[in-house]
Design a protein around this ligand. Structure first.
Ligand code: GLY
Length: 412
């Protein structure tokens, strides 16, 4: 049975959420006026995507004890890179459509104003460190594909199989249900794109779910992970972790690392290895990074746009909101398309002021987007959304027992 990925994406809730961005601007400006002054800027401070939360204590100690800001940020992102159950980064990342894990990363070291990046790297787990090695051991900024892998091996990084059994089985389930037009043919940015047919009721969807559930069982996906695997097939995640760190002296660095969009075309690079999109740090101003729809972020050079906005006087939150509005503008405010996109920015200004902003409130009403912060107190905070509601809502999806799709921090 051939099922279009986009065909799954019911947009029944879109109409009710299609308030204009201008109308929402007013709300958000109100939020900005109230929320921002409450955050006292402190140094040192680390901000990151919420999947970095468990690793913040170590990194903060490192920073407090005079460690380098890039080393502290690397310390955070290596946690998810090494975690086989974090399927959006490093080891255990969900693979491309051929079943091969391809990783992207970039980093910037503020004090020395240097940058390094790697894209489409296979068989090497800690691509964030490979990006750092590009800074330290080459005169280049970006290496990709086989050349990047060979460079990593030359630098002493071990080659290893990054495809865990869990991720392989999730890919196999996707393979058995995916249609040939998932990432081929016109994308949402094309005038030829058509919104998914939402006229069907939930019956076919339930049947599909049941068939997927049966296939998942036959493939040997653990019962407790089965619905989570199906969730990833219906909505291939972009996962990713970004981290920016600022020390007491005002030095700062940033890093972003990812396995990219699950089941992507081989060779696809998202925003994460693109300096200025997935990550940007300017020692004079601040640092920013992104998780979410890489293609959209590349088009607005999100991290660079945010840092430039702060250079010209915007607060971290205003700077991030402006980048999000550029994404909205690229779709002419068309909520029927924007509904299927999401983007979160993690923003840190040189004085320690920070913000987490997102296009939507979360992946579902119970899964808000969050930013993790450590400035002496480790915490997770909800991001400030530009648009109300959750992205990618699909009402027919059954209510899951608590904890079923919580294996990855990405879903928290
Ligand atoms: N933001 C991660 C990606 O799109 O690959």
């Amino acid at each position: 049975m051939s099922i279009s990925r986009r065909g799954f994406l019911s947009s029944a809730a879109v109409a009710s959420l299609a308030a204009s961005v201008n109308a929402q601007d007013k709300d958000k400006n109100d939020t900005a006026r109230h929320a921002e002054p409450l955050r006292a800027a402190k140094r040192p401070i680390i901000v990151c995507a919420n999947n970095g939360f468990p690793y913040l204590d170590n990194a903060y100690s490192l920073l407090k004890n005079g460690g380098d800001t890039l080393d502290a940020a690397m310390n955070v992102v290596q946690g998810p890179e090494n975690d086989p159950f974090e399927d959006s980064v490093g080891l255990g990342g969900l693979p491309n459509e051929d079943g091969v894990v391809e990783l992207d990363a970039c980093c910037m070291h503020g004090p020395t104003r240097r940058a390094g990046s790697v894209g489409g790297v296979r068989n090497i787990k800690n691509v964030s460190l490979v990006a750092k090695a590009v800074i330290e051991h080459t005169g280049h900024v970006m290496l990709v594909g086989e050349g990047a892998e060979r460079f990593a091996v030359a630098m002493g990084f071990p080659r290893e199989n990054l495809l865990t059994e869990r991720s392989r089985k999730t890919w196999q389930l996707w393979k058995e249900f995916h249609s040939t037009d998932d990432w081929w043919g016109p994308g949402m940015a094309s005038p030829q794109w058509k919104a998914p047919d939402t006229s069907s009721n939930s019956e076919p969807w339930n049947e599909r779910l049941q068939r997927m559930e049966k296939r998942a069982s036959a493939i040997g996906i653990d019962p407790e992970f089965r619905m989570a695997a199906i969730h990833r097939i219906v909505f291939p995640p972009t996962g990713t972790i970004h981290c920016s760190a600022l020390n007491e002296k005002g030095e700062m660095s940033g890093v972003t690392t990812t396995s990219g969009l699950a089941f992507k075309l081989p060779g696809r690079c998202g925003d994460s290895p693109i300096i200025g999109a997935g990550c940007y740090t300017d020692q004079d101003v601040g640092s920013a990074g992104a998780t979410g729809a890489g293609e959209e972020n590349i088009k607005v050079a999100g991290a660079h746009t945010i840092v430039e906005n702060m250079r010209h006087g915007m607060s971290p939150q205003e700077a991030g909101m402006d980048a999000l509005k550029r994404i909205v503008r690229n779709y002419n405010n068309d909520m029927a398309r924007l509904k299927f996109l999401d983007m979160t920015y993690y923003i840190l200004r040189k004085d320690g002021a920070y913000a987490g902003v997102s296009l939507w409130e979360g992946y579902s009403p119970t899964e808000p987007h969050k930013i993790a912060v450590h400035d002496g107190t480790r915490r997770s905070e909800k991001t400030v959304p530009l648009l109300k509601g959750a992205s990618q809502e699909f009402p027919p999806f059954p209510t899951l027992p608590a904890g079923l799709i919580q294996e990855s921090e990405y879903y928290k």
